[in-house]
Design a protein around this ligand. Structure first.
Ligand SMILES: Cc1cc2nc3c(=O)[nH]c(=O)nc-3n(C[C@H](O)[C@H](O)[C@H](O)COP(=O)(O)OP(=O)(O)OC[C@H]3O[C@@H](n4cnc5c(N)ncnc54)[C@H](O)[C@@H]3O)c2cc1C
Length: 400
């Protein structure tokens, strides 16, 4: 059987350019010889084809299709702070479970850190069938070069069909560093993920053109299919401590852990203390609030409810409230139990940040405001009359 990737002995000039271009270290060249490709490791990504100055390397199109089919399983990068997982990890595992079940494949959590050997349980309880672990003091804190090198090596050895990352600072940094050498492409900030029943490609949906349309992106020519997903967009499964899974330790070499950058210290950001992403109740105000002083009314209601105060971009742009309070496509994504949208029209860019809240209560004087299409409870009227009533009644009901 002919190999899916061939180097033409006649045209190859033995320059060796393909050797360092291979992201999987699958090409070796003995002195003066035609390079040899290790087909167990090669993913047919085409990096060597692109650098060959004499087009001596060819990949058969049909073989490429078959090769893509051989990529299996849905991987989730488990983001670990050193003592706990970021909540987005469990949200991604919940979604990965559905995707993998649709494909009849496994959910694999990829977990790097130091002294983590006994920490895989929550990942398995949240939906992982297998945890690929890399445990080493050099991996104690996120360091993009090292993490990317280890992840690339795992991809070469195990060929995942998809990898999901949180759209966090860590996830974004790592995903792009891995996607580029793999020639994989990367769909950032997905709000929906599904499997196409016909092609079995990953359907990656995200807002496009300023949020005016939702675009579904596929990666038909490359594997793994790579996506980032913002925290709070997907729902985690209820943890099941009785689930069983396999833990696989990764062998690490000094070469894999090499890095040009060194972490000197960690300085926590000070300043804004608002944590919208973790709030269970959010009271948000929009342009309907009319001026900054009127946000005191929302703070009072939020105080009674034990809620955080959010805002639309219109209110933030008007300097009525600071940017860390902004909810939406260019602000925070939130998923509270209750979201109050007060004097907010419900444009798609705002909905992108709060549309998956469990209960949405909208107060708006315009009965045709788009927010009412998404609200669980809608109150049509003047917010300056309604908010004080809500505050008074909640105070009474909660005995405050
Ligand atoms: C690329 C891009 C990114 C964006 N990112 C975001 C984002 O992250 N977050 C975001 O929020 N927006 C974002 N926007 C802006 C978004 O398109 C809207 O302009 C914005 O959400 C509107 O805010 P709003 O609902 O407060 O204002 P408006 O749309 O002006 O709505 C104000 C609402 O208040 C109601 N109202 C007025 N007075 C009263 C009253 N007395 N009582 C009751 N109701 C009253 C009105 O009926 C109206 O429905 C983005 C836009 C773009 C192009």
């Amino acid at each position: 059987m002919s190999h899916p990737i061939q180097i033409n002995n006649e045209t190859c000039v033995r320059c060796g350019e393909c050797v360092p271009a291979c992201p999987y270290a699958a090409i070796r060249q003995d002195q003066g010889a035609v390079p040899a490709i290790n087909l167990d490791v090669c993913t047919l990504c085409g990096a060597c084809v692109d650098v060959c100055p004499v087009t001596a390397i060819k990949i058969e199109a049909t073989s490429k299709g078959a090769a893509l089919d051989s990529f299996r399983d849905v991987w989730v990068f488990a983001e670990w702070s050193g003592s706990a997982f970021q909540s987005v990890t469990f949200e991604l595992l919940g979604k990965a479970r559905t995707l993998a079940d649709d494909l009849g494949q496994k959910v694999v959590a990829v977990f790097f850190g130091s002294g983590i050997a006994n920490q895989a349980g929550p990942l398995i309880a949240a939906g992982a069938d297998q945890v690929l672990m890399a445990d080493h003091p050099d991996l104690a804190a996120f360091q993009d070069e090292r993490y990317a090198q280890v992840l690339l090596r795992l991809c070469g050895a195990r060929k995942p069909a998809s990898i999901l990352f949180g759209a966090t600072t860590v996830g974004r940094s790592l995903a792009s560093r891995v996607a580029v050498p793999l020639f994989a492409g990367l769909t950032a900030d997905c709000t929906g993920l599904a499997i196409c029943p016909q092609t079995r490609h990953l359907l990656q949906t995200r807002p496009a053109f300023g949020g005016n349309i939702m675009a579904t992106i596929i990666t038909p020519e490359a594997r793994p299919q790579m996506s980032t997903v913002r925290p709070r967009v997907m729902k985690p499964l209820t943890p099941d401590p009785s689930r069983r899974g396999e833990v696989v330790m990764t062998e690490l070499t000094a070469e894999l852990l090499k890095a040009r950058a060194r972490r000197l210290s960690f300085v926590a950001e000070t300043g804004s203390t608002i944590n919208l992403a973790d709030a269970e109740i959010i009271v948000s105000g929009g342009r309907g609030m009319q001026k900054p002083e009127n946000f005191a009314m929302l703070e009072e209601l939020a105080g009674v409810l034990g809620a955080a105060v959010g805002a639309s971009r219109a209110a933030v742009d008007a300097n009525w409230i600071a940017y860390p309070h902004q909810v939406g496509q260019t602000g925070k994504t939130v998923c509270p139990k209750i979201y109050f949208a007060i004097g907010i029209s419900g444009q798609i860019q705002h909905l992108a940040g709060m549309g998956s809240s469990d209960i949405i209560v909208a107060v708006n004087k315009d009965p045709d405001a788009p927010i009412f299409k998404h609200a669980s409870f809608g109150i049509v009227g003047d917010l300056f009359q309604i908010v004080p009533i809500l505050t008074r009644e909640f105070r009474k009901a909660l005995g405050k």
